[in-house]
Design a protein. Structure first.
Length: 309
């Protein structure tokens, strides 16, 4: 305490001068409109800069929450790409409850009932294909067998065998799940085989990755007598129940005839850029189990065998 009084006594002149300056500036700002406006304009600018800096620092440390919000917002915005048209749908396209009151309520709600993934307009409320948004937290590209890791798991409804789509098209199939994460066998995997077709003429084939370029795959089993066109779109065929029919896989980039083969060698440029893959959607097909059971009973598939994506 003695030191404090000694300090105040020693610098009493400076302290009194500063106090009088503050008092005079306060009286000037309060009694002069011009000086008051100039002071508050300047102070607002500096305070705004300080608050902006604080907000940037705060946002940097909450990027995880921001990204999670963007995933949910992205899913909601995709549902708004197409207006609700439940009234114009038939049962084969959109399952409709026989309850007329339920149908009327859906028509009046105005909520969008479809979203666009891989050129395919998917019903957003179709119980056969519920969509689960996810973020890619790990992605391998340089191996023969490549995988992705997603930040959703069994607690989010993800199960082994579900398909994975991005906004551009097909990504892969869920291989293993834990409570909070899922590992996905991507299209860039030596054992991945996707039933596909050429959109222009409906020619069926099978997509496989040769293990070379992360931007291209091969479309096998296209007969040599078929006419091919550069730029033709390749989509899922719907022959398996993992992906709905018509989801984009890529476009035909090149094709050649080899003398010792009865099929074209067709290279397809993937629609999904796996080097920049960030957000995906896990899609579930409820009819898959029933279909697999039926095929096992019919002898079309050995018991315990899993259909490839």
């Amino acid at each position: 305490m003695r030191n404090l009084f000694a300090f105040l006594f020693r610098y009493r002149g400076v302290l009194v001068f500063g106090l009088l300056e503050v008092l005079s500036l306060t009286l000037l700002i309060r009694n002069s409109n011009y000086h008051g406006a100039a002071f508050f304009n300047s102070s607002n600018a500096y305070v705004g800069q300080v608050l902006d800096l604080r907000t940037r620092i705060y946002d940097y440390f909450r990027l995880v929450q921001i990204n999670q919000g963007l995933v949910a917002e992205n899913a909601a915005l995709r549902q708004q790409l197409y207006p609700a048209d439940t009234a114009g749908r038939v049962a084969a396209v959109l399952p409709v409850s026989p309850d007329s009151a339920t149908q009327a309520r859906l028509r009046q709600s105005g909520r969008p009932d479809s979203l666009l993934l891989g050129l395919r307009q998917l019903p957003a409320r179709d119980p056969d294909y519920p969509l689960i948004p996810a973020r890619v937290i790990n992605n391998s590209l340089r191996n023969v067998d490549n995988y992705l890791t997603l930040n959703v798991g069994s607690l989010d409804g993800v199960q082994t065998g579900m398909g994975v789509l991005a906004a551009a098209g097909v990504v892969g199939r869920v291989k293993v799940t834990s409570e909070h994460y899922a590992t996905v066998t991507s299209v860039l995997h030596s054992k991945t085989s996707i039933s596909a077709k050429i959109l222009r003429d409906g020619t069926f084939g099978s997509i496989k990755w040769p293990g070379e370029d992360a931007t291209h795959v091969l479309l096998d089993y296209i007969p040599r007598q078929n006419k091919l066109v550069l730029g033709d779109t390749v989509v899922t065929s719907g022959y398996n129940a993992i992906f709905p029919e018509g989801v984009r896989i890529g476009i035909i980039d090149s094709f050649v005839k080899e003398q010792d083969k009865n099929f074209w060698t067709v290279r397809v440029r993937l629609a999904v850029d796996f080097t920049k893959l960030t957000y995906v959607y896990v899609i579930k097909s409820r009819p898959k189990m029933e279909r697999d059971t039926l095929e096992v009973k019919a002898g079309l598939k050995p018991e315990g065998e899993q259909v490839r994506p």
